[in-house]
Design a protein around this ligand. Structure first.
Ligand code: HEM
Ligand code: HEM
Length: 124
């Protein structure tokens, strides 16, 4: 699990940094919220989850670990694509708002699941 998380973290970082470089080069910061969340929900959270697996969770492949991985990834991808479409003015807020809300709840659930995993693993 640590490898999957860290590899996905680098993937988000590469896309997020490209967006940052694009904004800097074009002098158009319209996508700064998308860039920030690529780096923070995508890179930072995935990297931290990878470190948790490596350092405390014994790289568990339990059911909860697998569900946590996919819930976080699905939430992250949908939030990031949604933000990109909104801040790029490809879709109006009324259309994307419910999608962003559901995806945010997925990211939130990933965090709660990680806390449960952490409590279970570090108790033993
Ligand atoms: C190649 C490296 C990077 C470039 C070229 C870059 C570029 C930018 C640009 C142009 C903005 C918009 C600034 C504005 O509003 O005018 C921005 C904002 C931001 N960047 Fe980056 N960035 C880079 C790396 C990073 C990294 C590594 C992180 C975090 C891990 C990060 C986090 C943020 C955040 C949180 C904001 C939003 C700040 C705010 O306006 O509230 N960036 N970046
Ligand atoms: C469920 C996931 C999340 C939701 C729904 C969310 C929502 C938001 C919203 C609505 C804003 C204001 C955007 C604006 O200025 O119009 C924001 C900004 C920001 N969020 Fe998040 N956020 C989430 C996760 C995170 C996480 C995990 C981090 C850090 C680890 C983070 C760091 C930031 C930062 C630094 C800003 C200011 C960046 C900027 O102005 O571009 N967010 N977020």
């Amino acid at each position: 699990m640590d490898r999957k998380f860290i590899l996905s973290a680098f993937g988000y970082a590469i896309l997020g940094l490209l967006l940052g470089i694009y904004m800097a080069a074009s002098k158009n910061p319209a996508q700064h919220v998308t860039h920030a969340h690529f780096m923070l929900i995508g890179f930072l959270l995935s990297f931290i989850y990878g470190l948790c697996h490596k350092l405390w969770l014994n790289n568990s492949t339990s059911k909860i670990a697998i569900v946590q991985f996919y819930v976080h990834q699905l939430g992250a991808v949908v939030v990031l694509v949604g933000l990109f479409l909104y801040y790029g003015q490809f879709v109006p807020i009324e259309t994307i708002d419910p999608v962003l809300a559901l995806a945010s709840i997925a990211v939130f659930s990933g965090m709660v699941l990680m806390k449960i995993e952490f409590i279970r693993c570090t108790k033993e």
